[in-house]
Design a protein around this ligand. Structure first.
Ligand code: CA
Length: 570
């Protein structure tokens, strides 16, 4: 548990995995002003002007990246991008983003430095939970296109050397799914046991959800036709599948084969720890672990595929890796990804330090998936307290800590939150991408967008930011170009440097070829700190601004909310 978070606060997040509640919580905490609290004096000002690497990688970097992205370890070296297809690019003028629209933006993503996409759910859905309520596991929602469009997307991505993962929602279906429509009729139909039913709104063999689902109400809903209650961890329109029914377990393994045969490069597995329940636990119980291993065995029969877990636990994804090669290739690191705003707001690094310590104990072969936002939490702009320098520092940490970065669409232009919430509060972080400065549809659509744009759509458009060397987009281009083709960032060793000022995060990344020290100042004032770490090297700033003195004692100086990457070797 991150020490920097109140135990009670975190427990309330854990108790229900209340995504909407966590959202509200983080809104309150991340918007708190940064605290002072250090006695240290930053001394003279740090050297003027941040060092900005070139916005494009060299041909040599591209060649090295290309080699690293070939073969079974590709996912460790890739930069992923989470696409909300519905909000990315409309191609047919109905106000809804679609697969053909996404194809038209692949060159933009390639140019940004993106190697792989994770598509949020694209299967047919009544959209009671933004597509995480699937009504057909082997089709494409007509709003997004056809199966032929999806196959074209896979081909166009492959032609650019890009990979495509899709969201796989195994825990529950939509109540509109034909399986549930049959199951709800009576207690004797062929699908009667495909969902979790009970005569009362509880069950002794299910030790969770009796008092509340993740979204707050009872986890049991009465089905009048059957005169029984069904179990739903999320919205009532999302009945949980019964994995103790062998036909369900088989059907969903067959579904994974269906998409792998189609050519997807893997899956992002939604709330996958919740598949089985026991009387005492509902999170990653032994039956769920075994089932995940079955999925991995199937995935491993296809070359160069990867699966990433959405852990239920927010602060430690270690159990999702199993022995390192028998469960997930990657798991999201929410300890950093969902709570970094609190570290910046408090000027205290301990949340980040604990996340790095947890990751350093992962089994051999495990790779953390690093985020600073997602479709479930605040826009990074809010987590940063609307401070662009905090935002850049958070993104720098995401791109330089050990692991694989996943950029949430629009993060590269610092997309701002929206106000409309037709499904729930998370819609504020799901607004349409803004491509052009002008026009009612900002290049996203020629119609009225399905969801209104977020704040400042012209200012955050790709067109406006492309033309501004000081924009967030220009920063992201430089940052991604900087790390491209350098395996040290993906797989190099990571060593925390315990600077005596808790406002400074510092760590060394190194492999046989090179070594860097990364430092970020969480505080809104200049800071200087020292650590008894023997380091050698030039300490030349290669990104950002600050100074580093090495020797028996390391001394780091950073400007207010400043960040720097210092090169130690070669
Ligand atoms: Ca459309």
């Amino acid at each position: 548990m991150p020490r920097g978070i109140e135990a009670g606060t975190l427990a309330s997040v854990h108790r229900t995995y209340a995504r909407t509640a966590a959202f509200a919580l983080l809104t309150a905490l991340a918007s708190a002003p940064a605290c002072g609290g250090s006695d240290s004096d930053a001394g003279e000002a740090a050297p003027a002007g941040p060092v900005r690497p070139p916005p494009r990688p060299t041909a040599e970097q591209e060649a090295r990246a290309s080699a690293l992205l070939t073969g079974p370890d590709w996912y460790r070296h890739a930069v992923f991008y989470e696409v909300n297809v519905r909000s990315f690019q409309d191609s047919n003028g109905d106000g809804i983003g679609d697969l053909n629209g996404l194809v038209s933006r692949l060159d933009y993503l390639k140019g940004l430095g993106v190697d792989a996409l994770w598509l949020m759910p694209i299967m047919p859905s009544p959209f009671a939970d933004s597509g995480y309520d699937v009504a057909d596991y082997r089709a494409i929602d007509p709003a997004y296109g056809t199966m032929a469009d999806f196959e074209r997307l896979l081909g166009e991505a492959k032609a650019r050397g890009m990979r495509v993962l899709i969201d796989l929602v195994l825990n529950h279906t939509s109540d509109a799914h034909p399986w549930f429509q049959e199951s709800r009729k009576d207690k004797t139909n062929p699908k009667a046991n495909w969902y979790v039913w009970s005569d009362t709104p509880s069950r002794a063999d299910i030790g969770c959800g009796t008092n509340g689902s993740t979204f707050g109400d009872s986890a049991w809903e009465l089905e009048p036709a059957r005169e029984q209650y069904y179990f739903h961890r999320f919205y009532p329109g999302q009945p949980d599948l019964n994995y103790r029914e062998p036909a369900v377990a088989k059907e969903m393994l067959d579904t994974t084969r269906f998409w792998l045969d189609k050519g997807v490069d893997g899956f992002r597995c939604d709330v996958v720890g919740l598949l089985y329940e026991t009387a005492t636990s509902c999170s990653l119980v032994p039956e769920t672990v075994d089932y995940i291993k079955s999925i991995r065995q199937i995935v491993d029969t296809y070359p160069d595929r990867a699966i990433v877990a959405e852990p239920v636990e927010l602060t430690n994804s270690t159990p999702y890796f199993g022995g390192g090669k028998d469960m997930f290739h990657m798991a999201f690191d929410f300890a950093y990804g969902y709570f970094w705003g609190i570290a910046f707001a408090s000027g205290d690094r301990r949340i980040i330090e604990d996340a790095m310590n947890t990751a350093s104990a992962f089994p051999e072969g495990a790779q953390g998936a690093l985020v600073i936002g997602s479709h479930d939490v605040l826009r990074a702009w809010q987590s940063a307290g609307t401070d662009p320098e905090r935002y850049r520092g958070a993104a720098l940490l995401q791109m330089t800590m050990r692991g694989t970065p996943f950029i949430y669409y629009g993060e590269e232009v610092a997309l701002r939150p929206g106000a409309a919430t037709p499904i729930d509060v998370r819609d504020t972080a799901r607004t349409p991408m803004t491509w052009t400065r002008d026009g009612a549809g900002h290049g996203f659509t020629t119609a009225t967008p399905w969801l209104p744009f977020g704040e400042a759509p012209a200012e955050t458009s790709v067109e406006a930011e492309d033309a501004d060397p000081d924009s967030m987009l220009s920063f992201y281009r430089s940052l991604l170009a900087f790390r491209r083709g350098h395996p040290v960032w993906a797989t190099g060793a990571s060593r925390f440097v315990p600077i005596d000022d808790r406002g400074i995060v510092a760590f060394v990344r190194e492999d046989d070829e090179e070594s860097y020290l990364v430092a970020v100042n969480l505080a809104s004032e200049p800071r200087e700190g020292t650590a008894p770490s023997a380091l050698t090297g030039s300490g030349r700033v290669v990104l950002g601004a600050g100074s580093l003195a090495v020797g028996e004692v390391v001394t780091v100086k950073l400007p207010a909310n400043g960040y720097a990457v210092f090169q130690l070797r070669p």
